[in-house]
Design a protein around this ligand. Structure first.
Ligand code: HH2
Length: 273
C-alpha cells in the first residue's frame, strides 16, 4: 500500500506512523456501551491496560466518561476519581503512549501533570481552555467531529454531504488550534464515526477516507463495537476487525479498538500480503 509516512509528535519524542498503530480502549466507567462496569476498579483497569500494551497497543486511551448516544455528562470530580488513580499507577509501568479521553480541560490538565502523552477530545478542542492547555503543554491531541452532543446526537442527524461537512469542521478546528499555538505535528483528526451519524453516514466516511488524509494530519478511526456494525455489542468482533482493516486500507493511521490482539494480528497479516 503506497502511503507517505506521517509522524506524530509528543512532548518528549515522536511516533512514526509508517504503518498503522492500534489505540487500545480502557473505559473506567459504569456505563460505556461495551465494557461499562468492567474496569471501575483501578487495579483491574491498570492490569487490563497492561494487557492491551502487551497485545500490541501503541497507545492506551483511558476514559472516565461515556460518550455513547444518550449518555449523561459526568461531573469533573467524579471523572477524576475514576481515571486519576489509573493514570497514576499506569504511567510508571508502561512505555506505551497514554491518552486521556476527555473533553474537560481540568481533567486533561491533571492527566498531563501525571505524564499523559495525548489528549483525545471528542468535542474537537472546542473549549478555549482546552486549546490553551494543549498549546502550552504540547501533548499530542485528537480533534474529533461530533454533530450535537451525546445526549441527543443520534436523533435523526442530517447532512447534505457528510464528508464535506466533517472535512470542513476538521479543517476549521485544526486551523484554529494552530493559530492558538498548537504544534501542527501534534494533531490527529478523527471524523467521529457514530457521533451524530447514521449508518449510511459512517459508511460514506469509510468509503471516502482518502479525502481525510488530504488534510495533512494523521487520521484516527474509532469503529470498534459500535452500533452501526449491527447485532449486539458482544457479537461485533468480526465487524470491528474488518472495519479496522478497511479503515487502514483507506489511509487511517490509528485505529481505536477494544479488541487489541485480534486487530493487531489482522493488521500484521494484512501487511504481510
Ligand atoms: N469513540 C468513543 C469514545 N471516544 N474517541 C475518538 N477519538 N474516536 C472515537 O470514535 C471515539 C472516541 C466511543 O466508544 P467507547 O469509548 O467504547 O464507548 P463509551 O463512549 O460508551 O465509553
Amino acid at each position: 500500500m503506497g502511503r507517505e509516512t506521517r509522524v506524530l509528535r509528543f512532548r518528549d519524542g515522536e511516533m512514526a506512523l509508517d504503518h498503522a498503530v492500534v489505540m487500545g480502549i480502557v473505559n473506567v466507567t459504569p456505563d460505556s456501551f461495551y465494557d461499562g462496569g468492567m474496569f471501575l476498579d483501578a487495579g483491574l483497569a491498570v492490569a487490563y491496560a497492561m494487557r492491551l500494551a502487551d497485545e500490541g497497543a501503541a497507545i492506551l486511551d483511558v476514559g472516565g466518561e461515556s460518550t455513547r448516544p444518550g449518555a449523561d455528562p459526568v461531573p469533573a470530580d467524579e471523572e477524576w476519581r475514576r481515571v486519576g488513580p489509573v493514570l497514576k499507577a499506569l504511567r510508571p509501568k508502561t512505555d506505551a503512549r497514554i491518552s486521556i479521553d476527555t473533553n474537560k480541560p481540568e481533567i486533561a490538565a491533571k492527566a498531563l501533570e501525571l505524564g499523559v502523552d495525548l489528549v483525545n477530545d471528542v468535542t474537537g478542542l472546542r473549549h478555549p481552555e482546552m486549546l490553551a492547555l494543549v498549546a502550552r503543554e504540547r501533548p499530542a491531541a485528537v480533534v474529533m467531529h461530533m454533530k450535537g452532543e451525546p445526549k441527543t446526537m443520534q436523533r435523526d442527524p442530517t447532512y447534505g454531504d457528510v464528508v464535506a461537512e466533517v472535512l470542513a469542521f476538521l479543517e476549521e478546528r485544526t486551523k484554529v488550534a494552530v493559530a492558538a499555538g498548537v504544534d501542527p505535528r501534534s494533531l490527529v483528526v478523527d471524523p467521529g464515526l457514530g457521533f451524530g451519524k447514521m449508518p449510511e453516514h459512517n459508511s460514506e466516511i469509510l468509503r471516502r477516507l482518502p479525502e481525510f488524509r488530504r488534510l495533512g494530519y494523521p487520521v484516527l478511526i474509532g469503529a470498534s463495537r459500535k452500533r452501526f456494525l449491527g447485532r449486539e455489542p458482544g457479537q461485533r468482533l468480526q465487524g470491528s476487525v474488518a472495519t479496522a482493516l478497511l479503515a487502514v486500507d483507506g489511509g487511517a493511521d490509528i485505529v481505536r479498538v477494544h479488541d487489541v490482539a485480534e486487530t493487531v494480528a489482522a493488521l500484521r497479516r494484512g501487511r504481510a500480503q
